[in-house]
Design a protein around this ligand. Structure first.
Ligand code: NOJ
Length: 730
């Protein structure tokens, strides 16, 4: 080409380049914020509003969240709750959005991946009894991989609502009654789901829920009013959310409950002042199912349009399934009641998460066959490990357990839970299948051989005692009875509150019946909440709480009963003496008259306290050693304690460090967990556990404004029954 021609064509070439250059938002290498702003500038109000809308796709499996079946997906929709495990369907739907909408904005596919997708791990409450944060994180990474390869980009997890009342069915979904534990596990779950890079091949976005105070529903009744004082909000319920935001959680879900009369889904203080302005969260908030519509029955909005206005302006950027934003936002914008600036800000947040997930650059997922996505041996082994570490040995009289020690034992496995694989999966079991699960009976048979007999005895509830005779017969021919009692899967979870924490009467009667055979009884309890075992535990020599342990529950139980594994689980939630003792959490404040004012007709103290759990070995704790007995505000103290494994088996021991602050301007709980650490100790070995006390973190407390105070004075550090005292000085 000669020089003249090049010069003549140059302007035309430039123009052609400008015309053909992809818009900034489609440029992979452009900064995310530039891509967001470029796209936003191209969008109409309708397109913007649709980004705030979440609908559903696929067959509904959730009896509490029922909606009209979606037949056609509007390609402009912001997000879908995706209920199929098929990557091909997902790609087909995604293609509509990416290839048939004007701007090609990809859909965001969300799903409740709570404790596994296909490999079902123990329920979160159980996981928290492992005190093994690395395992919890690893389980979330496995769930993320399976979900991502099935077309899911976003999970509505972790739930970090601090448990307050075991009657509330949703205690199963969280990490127990301690704020610090929920903060640590919640952050680990976020890291597990999201990986190092949200755009990673196996990463999905996390969602902290239910922000905030939901677990305080009156009397443990789901969806009920919760009276959350500003002090309780900051002291108990906010810390896990702050930790989750710091861990990088991409999204947050607003809750159903009220916070001192202002619903959590229309609360500008929690959603905007704190979450966005104070903590700097730059992802988005999705409402919970129906929580915008609920503002009407909750008595703060006269109608749906008002509810729309309140939720949107308070800081809820995406409407889960109500379709209220789709119906009312355009008019509210038109009328000027919702500003374009607020609409842009909401859409910016949604788009930001989509860009961070890499959806614009890789909107489709690889369509791998099932066996390359699901149930990989290493993932299943992880489920077994976590189940083993989650199980809590509550009682072990005369060292009834472990059973085997080489000798052949005839086991009678009795009870309605013995073969109930659905119960092992628990609530919110994703795409888990009962046929993947190893039942308790099968797990014990595989480990203990042909000497294992079985009788069901009775159903989970009801009055049919016709199976009692067979149960007693089978028990009388065995050396040891393994009695498997507990709850059905559906007895805990959303909208699954119970007025009683007892086992159904028929199961208690079965226990008494089996006991009459005169054989040692190992009671195995599977449930999604602490149960009142006051009447059945005395009938048994050993009691093992297995919770809802997931697909490897049967094998994990066999590991524990046989002694192949030494139990190391410790309770993350108090077992009360029945519902009458609710609330029974350990970190209560001292009564005005210590030791007085309890119930006349109930012993004081719980059945099994927080952090309780036995082992097959014995640990001896030394005294707490402090590097100093004084610390300044900016200084630190190192505390340490030596733990000796005085038995003849290796074990994993968790040391719990509690701080008490006996005098403060706002009274403090009797003790508060500040640190925990689980470590293996060989038989006869010792380990030194340490805790570096950082005053601003470990000795301060929030006021009702959420700002932390650090007050000089005396503090007690507690580990088991050891106490050390030190002072914070100016
Ligand atoms: C309602 C539940 O409260 C929430 O936890 C869940 O994520 C959504 N439904 C979606 O299923």
């Amino acid at each position: 080409m000669n020089k003249f021609l090049i010069t003549a064509l140059f302007p035309a070439l430039l123009l052609a380049c400008a015309v053909d250059a992809p818009p900034v938002y489609k440029e992979r290498d452009a900064p995310i914020e530039a891509r967001v702003e470029d796209l936003l500038a191209r969008m109409t109000v309708e397109e913007k509003v649709m980004q705030t809308v979440q609908r559903t796709y696929g067959k509904n499996m959730n009896p509490n969240n029922v909606e009209r079946e979606t037949r056609a997906v509007d390609p402009l929709t912001g997000s879908l709750i995706y209920r199929s495990p098929s990557p091909a369907y997902r790609n087909r739907v995604q293609r509509e959005a990416v290839e048939r909408s004007r701007l090609g904005i990809p859909l965001l596919f969300g799903f409740d991946v709570i404790h596994g997708f296909r490999v079902i791990f123990p329920v979160p409450l159980a996981q928290s009894c492992s005190w093994n944060v690395d395992l919890v994180r690893a389980s979330c990474a496995v769930a993320a991989r399976e979900a991502k390869l099935s077309g899911v980009d976003w999970t509505f997890s972790p739930m970090i609502d601090v448990a307050r009342d075991a009657r509330w069915g949703r205690v199963v979904e969280g990490y127990g009654e301690d704020p610090h534990a929920n903060a640590v596990y919640g952050a680990a779950a976020v890291r597990g789901y999201q990986g190092d890079d949200l755009a990673g091949d196996h990463s999905i976005a996390a969602c902290l829920k239910h922000y905030v105070g939901y677990s305080l529903s009156d009397g443990g009744r789901d969806y009920h009013y919760s009276d959350v004082s500003p002090q309780a909000l900051w002291e108990t319920f906010m810390p896990p959310y702050e930790a989750g935001v710091r861990a990088g959680a991409a999204t947050v879900m607003s809750a159903f409950n009220d916070i001192s009369g202002v619903p959590a889904s229309a609360n500008p203080y929690t959603l905007t002042t704190v979450l966005k302005q104070r903590w700097g969260h730059d992802g988005f908030v999705v409402s919970d199912w129906g929580s915008i519509q609920n503002l009407v029955p909750q008595g703060v909005a006269a109608d749906e349009r008002e509810a729309c206005l309140q939720a949107f302006t308070a800081g809820v950027e995406m409407d889960m399934v109500d379709d209220i934003y789709a119906r009312h936002l355009p008019a509210l914008v038109e009328e000027g009641r919702v500003s374009i600036a607020r609409l842009d800000e909401a859409v910016r947040r949604v788009l930001r998460v989509k860009f961070r997930l890499g959806l614009f650059d890789r909107p489709y997922v690889e369509e791998l066959p099932d066996d390359e996505r699901f149930l990989r041996p290493g993932d299943v082994a992880l489920a077994r490990r976590l189940a083993v570490e989650s199980m809590v040995l509550l009682e072990n009289k005369d060292d009834l357990l472990p059973l085997a020690a080489g000798a052949a034992r005839r086991l009678a496995v009795i009870g309605p839970l013995a073969r109930d694989s659905v119960a092992l999966l628990g609530s919110w079991a994703g795409h888990g299948e009962a046929s993947d699960a190893c039942s308790l009976l099968d797990g014990l048979r595989a480990r203990f051989g042909g000497e294992v007999t079985h009788a069901r005895g009775c159903d989970h509830d009801g009055e049919d005692t016709t199976g009692f005779a067979a149960a007693r017969r089978v028990a009388s021919r065995a050396d040891v009875v393994v009695l498997c009692l507990g709850e059905r899967a559906a007895w805990s979870g959303e909208n699954a509150s119970r007025a009683s924490l007892a086992l159904p009467a028929i199961q208690e009667r079965l226990a008494a019946e089996v006991r009459r055979a005169g054989k040692p009884v190992v009671l195995v309890v599977s449930a999604g909440r602490p149960l009142d075992l006051a009447r059945v535990a005395p009938l048994a020599g050993a009691v093992v709480m297995i919770w809802q342990p997931g697909i490897e529950g049967g094998r994990a139980l066999a590991d524990i009963l046989s002694g192949d594994e030494n139990p190391s689980g410790r309770l993350s939630i108090t077992f009360p003496r029945g519902a009458a003792q609710q609330p029974a959490y350990y970190n209560q404040r001292q009564p005005a008259r210590p030791g007085s004012g309890g119930y006349q007709d109930l012993p004081a103290g719980p059945l099994y306290p927080f952090a309780h759990g036995l082992s097959y070995t014995r640990y001896e704790y030394g005294e707490i050693a402090l590097s100093s007995d004084r610390v300044t505000r900016d200084g630190t103290i190192t505390a340490s304690v030596e733990v000796r494994n005085a038995g003849d088996r290796p074990g994993d021991e968790t040391v719990f460090w509690f701080v008490s602050d006996p005098v403060a301007s706002i009274s403090r709980p009797v003790k508060e967990l500040k640190h925990f650490e689980k470590r293996g100790i060989p038989a006869g070995g010792t380990r030194r556990y340490t805790f570096e006390i950082v005053p601003s973190r470990d000795l301060s407390f929030p006021g009702p404004d959420g700002l932390r105070r650090l007050e000089p004075g005396v503090f007690h550090l507690r580990v088991k029954d050891r106490v050390a005292t030190f002072s914070l000085v100016d």
